[in-house]
Design a protein around this ligand. Structure first.
Ligand SMILES: Cc1cc2nc3c(=O)[nH]c(=O)nc-3n(C[C@H](O)[C@H](O)[C@H](O)COP(=O)(O)OP(=O)(O)OC[C@H]3O[C@@H](n4cnc5c(N)ncnc54)[C@H](O)[C@@H]3O)c2cc1C
Length: 403
């Protein structure tokens, strides 16, 4: 089979690896617009479920990723001026650049051709192939070429966020919150190597404007953020890939879904097909799971159209839960003033339950009691029924407002 894959992110590269492992005779070319080794972002987190998927599909890649990962232990909520609350848990972090280097090396060893600095932006540039895989991320240009067929829907999140790095190594997954005269500002941080951490800063648009981020260049914004998070950073710097005279790359998260994931011989993969808010740390895992499903379906069916339809059906179903949880998690962070005044242990409990539809409907202090009470089986059962009921009403409301 002749396969063209647009985008050398985790989705495109892992898909190319799996196809070559299944049949080395496939001719696979990956087109990447960036030069080799250049990418956005810093480190990403993942958990045992991704490790299990990687091991089951390609133990070589799985081991290489684990060897270069950082194991973080514990989760911490650290509100300025209060004693931090701890909640347990473990996971992994890995530098995005390292992850991509591992996948590139494996793909190349298996015979995949990767063409860097090769952007596919127009229909005429679409390669001649049996299957074209659009793995070119959330802003996918390939998807835009068939916009009418995929029926893309993008909702912009309300909050502003910026993805930064820091040499302060956060051994625990840390949420740090700071009150300012313009409102709350907070970060999500975790170590991803022995000398670096990801540091994502988030706030409401009012706080963002109130603190003057709309007027400051990158260097000035980083200095202000270093001052605001001084207690959490222990004197370490914050780093951005942007030029110091430009503004920081603040964004509003793009919640994106597609009614169809395939059109003719084009299949959407990873962030080109769907996004899930970064606060659930799942985008890379879901992109890799798409790659696993697409490779399996292309090998499990005689013709490409049936394979792509089966892939779409399988993955759209699998995405329902993470997309719902991501929406709720993003909404929880958009509602932070409702929770931030709680004592850190209470705030932590509600943060852990942010993917539940009920958190936003029950007064926070009452919900905190419920958080503990649901350890009792009958309470847990009532809680689940109530959550399901509210979820169904919300689904109905969404469908009516979209129609
Ligand atoms: C702030 C933030 C934090 C995150 N943290 C986590 C986390 O902790 N854990 C996690 O699992 N996920 C996380 N994610 C999500 C994760 O980064 C993405 O879901 C994941 O990178 C998707 O992989 P992908 O291969 O589909 O797309 P991408 O990684 O975006 O790769 C797409 C590739 O296509 C290339 N490309 C784009 N357009 C073209 C074109 N026209 N022609 C050729 N090449 C092109 C790009 O240069 C890029 O290399 C986070 C996301 C954000 C925004």
């Amino acid at each position: 089979m002749k396969i063209a894959c647009v985008g050398a992110g985790p989705a495109g590269l892992y898909f190319a690896i799996l196809m070559k492992l299944r049949d080395p005779r496939h001719e696979i070319t990956v087109y990447e617009r960036n030069p080799e080794g250049v990418t956005h972002g810093w480190g990403v987190v993942f958990w045992d479920d991704l490790v299990a998927d990687l091991r089951a599909n390609d133990p070589v890649t799985a081991q290489a990723i684990l060897d270069r990962s950082f194991g973080w232990i514990d989760q911490v909520v650290d509100v300025k001026g209060s004693r931090p609350a701890r909640g347990g848990g473990t996971g992994f972090g890995i530098c995005r650049r390292t992850l991509l280097a591992i996948l590139r090396e494996r793909a190349t060893d298996l015979g995949v051709e990767i063409l860097f600095e090769h952007e596919i932006a127009e229909g005429a540039q679409l390669p001649d192939a049996d299957v074209i895989v659009a793995a070119d991320g959330v802003g996918s240009q390939v998807r835009r070429l068939r916009m009418d067929r995929f029926r893309t829907r993008i909702d912009l999140g309300r909050n502003k966020y910026v993805w930064l790095g820091t040499p302060r190594v956060f051994e625990a997954f840390t949420f740090g919150l700071v009150p300012t005269q313009a409102g709350w500002i907070w970060f999500h941080a975790y170590g991803y190597s022995k000398d670096m951490s990801t540091f994502i800063v988030e706030c409401s648009p009012e706080t963002w404007k109130g603190l003057g981020f709309d007027r400051r260049n990158s260097a000035q914004s980083l200095t202000l953020l270093e001052n605001l998070f001084e207690d959490h950073l222990n004197g370490h710097r914050l780093l951005s890939h942007s030029d110091s005279q430009e503004s920081l790359p603040w964004l509003n998260f793009r919640n994106m879904t597609n009614e169809k994931w395939h059109a003719d011989n084009i299949a959407l993969l990873g962030d080109a097909a769907h996004t899930t808010h970064f606060s659930i740390g799942s985008g890379t895992r879901l992109a890799i799971q798409d790659a696993i499903a697409l490779a399996a379906n292309l090998h499990g069916h005689e013709d490409v159209q049936t394979a792509l339809a089966a892939y779409e059906q399988e993955r759209q179903l699998a995405m329902l839960r993470p997309q719902r949880e991501a929406r709720l998690s993003a909404a929880w962070f958009e509602n932070i003033p409702r929770y931030a005044h709680l004592a850190p242990p209470q705030l932590f409990a509600l943060l852990l339950d942010r993917r539940s539809r009920l958190v936003s409907h029950i007064p926070p202090k009452l919900y905190y009691r419920l958080h503990w009470a649901k350890r009792i089986p009958p309470v847990r059962m009532l809680y689940r029924w109530a959550a399901l009921g509210v979820e169904q009403l919300a689904g109905l409301h969404r469908r009516l407002s979209h129609s």
